[in-house]
Design a protein around this ligand. Sequence first.
Ligand code: FE2
Length: 411
Amino acid sequence: MKIINATLRKTPGLHTITCEGAQISAITLQSAHIPAQAGDIDARGQLLIAPFVEPHIHLDAALTAGQPEWNLSGTLFEGIERWAQRKETITHEDTKLRAHATIRMLAEHGIQHVRTHVDVTDPTLAALRAIIEVRDEARHLIDLQIVAFPQEGIESYAGGRELMTLAVELGADVVGGIPHFENTREQGVSSIKFLMDLAERTGCLVDVHCDETDDPHSRFLEVLAEEARVRGMGSRVTASHTTAMGSYDNAYCSKLFRLLKASKINFVSCPTESIHLQGRFDTFPKRRGVTRVAEIDRAGMNVCFGQDSIKDPWYPLGNGNILRVLDAGLHICHMMGFEDLARSLDLVTDNSARTLNLGEGYGIAVGRPANLVVLDAESDYEAVRRQAKARVSIRAGKVLMTRVPEQVEFS
Ligand code: FE2
C-alpha cells in the first residue's frame, strides 16, 4: 500500500509512504504532486499523521449519563451520587457494550491508542474483568492500556491494597491512585509509596489521578515526583489532572518545577472535564481549575490532553473527538499564540504517545507499525481551526476507516 502526496508534520514537501505488511517500509520525498495509481491512497497534500492517542478516559463509566437520573447541578458530588445509582444495575455485558460503543467513537476520530482507567474499588472487580475482555476484542481498532484505578482510595477502602494487587495479576497494564481522595494526608502519601512499589515490582506503568481538586494544599504531586525520581521511574510515571497546581502560589510552584523536571514524569490534563468540575466552590473571580499546561510545556516537560469522560455522570458531553478537547484546552490554557497553534497536534499525538510509553510502536518512520491517519487539513493550525476529521485511518497496513468529507451546497 502507498499513501501519496502526503504532507508530514514538521517536514517540508510532499511524501510517499510505502507500507509492506503491517510496517512502514519507505518514506520518500516527492519532487512534485503525482497522479494516483490503482490501490494508492491520495492524501491530496493533506496531513498524514501517526494516529491520535487518548491518554485518559474512563470506559467503564462511559455512556451512562441520565441513567437513571441526570446530574442536574453538574457537580462532582452529584456525579458520585448518580454513579452510585447506576452502579447497582451494571452488568458484565452492559460494561462491555458501552466500552465497545465508546471505542468505536474514538476510532472514528482517528484514535488508535487508548489508556483507560477502570474502577477497581469493587470486591468482584467486575468492570476490570469486562474491560480486559474488551482489550482483546477491540484490538483491530485500538491498542488499549488498562489502569487499575482505585476510585474510592487504596488505604481508605477496605481491601484496597489487595484489590490493586489482584487487578495487576488479572492483567492491568498500569497502576493508578487517587491520593487526594484518601482520608488523611498520611494515607495519601502511603498510597503513593504502595502503588510505586507495586509498579516497580511488577513492571507496570503508573498513572495517578493526582491533586484533582482546587485545594492549594493538596500536594501529592511532589510525593509522586520524588518517588519517581528516587526510583528512576519518571518516564514510566504520569500525573493526571494536577488541577491543584492551578491554585498553587508561584513561590511553591517554582520550587516544585525543579523537582518535576528532575523526576521526568509525564502530565495529562483533561481541560474540558476540569473546567466543568473544578472552581465549584468559587464565586467570583472563579478559577479555571486546570493545571499549568503551558508552563509545564515551556519548562520542557511532557504534557498532553485527554477527554476523561464521554457522557457519564460527571461530564455529559463528549463524542470521541480529541480535537474538540484540544480546541478547548488551547483556549483554557492560554495557548493560542501562533507557535502553539502550529504545533498543537503534539498535545494529542506525540506527547500522548510518550506518556503511554509507546516508544518505537508509534510514529511515522521506516520499520514502525503502519498505523496512520490522513486528516482533512494541511497543517496543525488548520486541523484545530477547522476541527478537521480523519479522512482515512490505516491500521497495521490496512484501511480501517474512510470518511467522505461533508459538502455544503448553497442554492
Ligand atoms: Fe479521570
